[in-house]
Ligand binder design. Structure first.
Ligand code: UDX
Length: 471
């Protein structure tokens, strides 16, 4: 059917498909810019006029390395623009990517599908010529089939419209790279015409060797949530093993290095610590739990429940470690917190374990001061009662204990000697197991990891370098 969209008049080359991208959050803004980079004409659509105005002026309303430059470049080439007018965007496009959010419903683990339904309905009503609607949002299995019916019911008579699913696997902080050079392209439920249109869209990554998989509609939906569920399981697995390492005086980081060398296991996503957060993994495993329950797949429900519980327990564990470092109570203790974002290279604090721990300690009466290189503002909006500093040193003044909660490079590279002069007590809880404990202990710090033991400073006789001691 896609062939019908082309002007294949003899002699003139077929024009490239034009695209609309509905929803301009992390996913949509990045996808729109990446498609322009690949040479397509793209209109990004959002219902939020402030977002459209910012993007049209080349400003990205969130922190994502490389995205602002890419958007600016293609606003300049004229291949990329943004609008609030869905009807107009659909009228000038052949392929419509649906990139709106599917947040967790309030009071339930289920995904809130209102935005995705309204985006597909909006595109359907606005169609003036044949087109392909491509879902990219993460949805519970079975949603795409329903959306396909909705599209069929609302598309104007005489217009051929097809709905397919093309899940997105991008990571925040690496969104541009992941979109331009994906690990795989998965296309669900496509007719031969729509599949060949997608091959054209992803011609550049395919030429680089990226696998292109055509699968059923339901499989495509499940590929995305299963990938995230597996990543979450890997993290909770290593966090469970970290608890065992603590009890048995073993070291989880070394253990992860050793098991990760087994090609069947792999080292990535085996970093024990404060656990996962963000806008995807927590909500996706909960939505999976909910949907699996509806479908009677109870083993999945049990497994995901356990993964979630282990993950949330890590936050409580770090709170208890801080309590214990302060002698049992944090009331009036000064706590310096390094990190608020759910991971480095983002200003996203959605379900951030770091901010969660900082807030929990604040609620127990501690004087918590937080510093994050990018997420200070978003964190302040979420937790206005916490204190925020402008730099590492400011956050650590007179601290009884320091908590490293997000592993930004500038924290790992910080000078423990200089920082040791700022704090009251040289104790740091490395909740990401990423500090060079030997370097910090040589500067007189006690470094407490999760499943890595406690590295204590050793008073060195003059002229003899300090060595670390694992207890
Ligand atoms: C994730 C998936 O990786 C991505 O493919 C999907 O499209 C969206 O969800 P993202 O939410 O950006 O991406 O974050 P990711 O890099 O996966 O990290 C998730 C969380 O896991 C972070 O809080 C991170 O700190 C934590 N994590 C990661 C660990 O605790 N240990 C690890 O070993 C790896």
């Amino acid at each position: 059917m896609f062939g019908m969209m082309r002007d294949e008049a003899a002699g003139s080359p077929a024009p490239r498909p034009r695209m609309s991208v509905i929803g301009t959050g992390y996913l949509g803004a990045t996808h729109a810019a990446a498609m322009a980079e690949l040479g397509f004409d793209v209109v990004g659509v959002d219902t939020d006029p402030a977002k459209v105005e910012a993007l049209s002026a080349g400003r990205v309303p969130f922190y994502e390395p490389g995205l602002e430059e890419l958007i600016a470049r293609h606003l300049a080439t004229g291949r990329l623009r943004f609008t609030t007018d869905l009807t107009e965007a659909v009228a000038v496009s052949d392929i419509h990517f649906v990139c709106v959010g599917t947040p967790q419903q309030t009071g339930s683990h289920a995904a809130d599908l209102r935005f995705v339904e309204s985006a597909v309905a909006g595109v359907a009503r606005a169609l003036s010529h044949d087109g392909v609607v491509v879902g990219k949002s993460t949805v519970p299995v079975g949603t795409a089939a329903r959306l396909r019916e909705l599209l069929g019911a609302l598309a104007p008579e005489g217009v051929a419209a097809e709905l397919i699913w093309n899940p997105e696997f991008l990571r925040e902080g690496k969104a541009v790279e992941d979109t331009l050079h994906p690990d795989r392209v998965v296309i669900g439920g496509a007719s031969p015409g729509a599949a060949s249109a997608m091959r054209e869209v992803y011609a550049a990554p395919i030429a680089e060797g990226t696998p292109f998989l055509t699968v059923g509609l339901e499989t495509a939906e499940l590929v995305k949530v299963s990938a995230n569920a597996f990543l979450a399981t890997k993290i909770s697995f290593i966090n469970a093993i970290a608890e065992l390492c603590t009890a048995a005086d073993a070291d989880v980081s070394t253990l992860a290095d050793a098991i990760g060398l087994d090609g069947r296991i792999g080292r990535r996503f085996l970093d024990a610590g404060l656990g996962f957060g963000g806008g995807c993994l927590p909500k996706d495993i909960r939505a999976l739990m909910h949907r699996a329950g509806e479908l009677g797949a109870l083993e999945v429900v049990g497994l995901m429940q356990q993964v979630d519980e282990i993950n949330m327990a890590q936050r409580q564990r770090v709170v208890e470690m801080a309590l214990s470092a302060c002698g049992g109570s944090v009331l009036n203790a000064r706590i310096g917190v390094l990190g608020a974002a759910f991971k480095p290279l983002t200003d996203d604090v959605r379900d951030s374990p770091a901010l969660n721990v900082a807030a929990a300690l604040h609620l127990r009466g501690a004087q918590v001061t937080v510093f994050d290189p990018a997420a200070g503002e978003t964190a302040h909006r979420t937790f206005p009662t916490l204190s925020f500093a402008d730099g590492i040193r400011d956050a650590l003044v007179d601290a009884h204990v320091v908590l490293l909660l997000t592993e930004w490079h500038e924290f790992l590279d910080a000078d423990p000697v200089a920082l040791g002069e700022t704090v009251r007590t040289r104790t740091i809880i490395d909740a990401r197991n990423k500090l060079d404990a030997a370097r910090w202990s040589a500067a007189g710090w006690t470094v407490i990891g999760l499943g890595t033991g406690v590295t204590r400073p050793v008073a060195a006789p003059l002229g003899v370098p300090a060595v670390e001691l694992l207890v």
